[in-house]
Design a protein around this ligand. Sequence first.
Ligand SMILES: NC(=O)c1ccc[n+]([C@@H]2O[C@H](COP(=O)([O-])OP(=O)(O)OC[C@H]3O[C@@H](n4cnc5c(N)ncnc54)[C@H](OP(=O)(O)O)[C@@H]3O)[C@@H](O)[C@H]2O)c1
Length: 288
Amino acid sequence: MTSLKGKTVLLTGASRGLGVYIARTLAKEKATVVSVSRSKSGLDQTSDEIKIVGGKGISIPFDITNVTEFSTLVHQINKLVGPVDILINNAAIIISRTFVDYSLEEIQSVVTTNLLAPMELTRLLLPSMLERGTGHIVNIASLGGKKGVAYNSIYSASKAGLIMWSDAVREELAGTGVNLSTICPGYVSRAGMTVDSDLTIPKFAGISIPTDVANAVIKAIKQNQAEVIVNGGLLNESMTKLLLAIGQIYPPFVNTIYRLIGIEKVNSRRRENLDIGINLGYAEIPRK
Ligand SMILES: NC(=O)c1ccc[n+]([C@@H]2O[C@H](COP(=O)([O-])OP(=O)(O)OC[C@H]3O[C@@H](n4cnc5c(N)ncnc54)[C@H](OP(=O)(O)O)[C@@H]3O)[C@@H](O)[C@H]2O)c1
């Protein structure tokens, strides 16, 4: 898909964080953006921003953990703007704890939001894309899904699942005209779940800005890229891939590097912040 002009894009997680930047970038590309999230006020602000850049869009407040209601959502979108050309599974939550401290409810909410919902939404939208012989699915995963991260085991597992499921479905879709890209950001500054957790990111962990992620999404669609790592600094895409490749051969090496860089410490801090009420993950967090 070389142009997004006139395409209908369903974007989950559009009420705050990186989703707002992705929505704005899509609007600049002249796509029609269907924004989905729980917070109506957040979605209204995103709609205003889409209008400011001259874009078109509608917003639908919806809780994506209600996976059995997705067919109603899809029906509603079809009626309002027609079939979806591009699905961007961006919504996710993070709840940081030592593994034994998670409740079953927390595990279920992370896995449902981050993995089951993207799967089910894709399953419902694919038939129409396949029938038309065109479409693109973008799954926003995380570097946390490429390498297990201490105190984020459920988030890591959900994102690793998203990456592997995407990889398998991409193979199935080969030659159909429908494509699938996975975006794996590292830490992102300025907006989003890292900022909301009030963390100081270690210098050598690498960091990107929300527009890097938004631009990576557009590029992945236009160039049909399979998997993209978005990270700045020393651990840029090539260095991260090299580190991960070494980790496939000798995992303890990467664990040592992660500890030396301070990634384990950051996530330990995220867990402590959660305990004192900073970033409840699934709570409504006001836009900064
Ligand atoms: N920020 C980072 O540093 C970073 C790094 C790597 C990967 N990522 C990935 O990038 C994506 C966006 O993250 P972010 O930083 O923008 O997170 P965020 O600021 O926490 O925003 C998450 C978005 O998901 C929506 N959402 C959460 N639960 C939902 C539910 N049950 N139903 C509908 N919408 C729901 C939220 O809206 P409501 O609360 O209004 O529902 C919000 O719009 C995620 O997939 C995340 O894993 C982020």
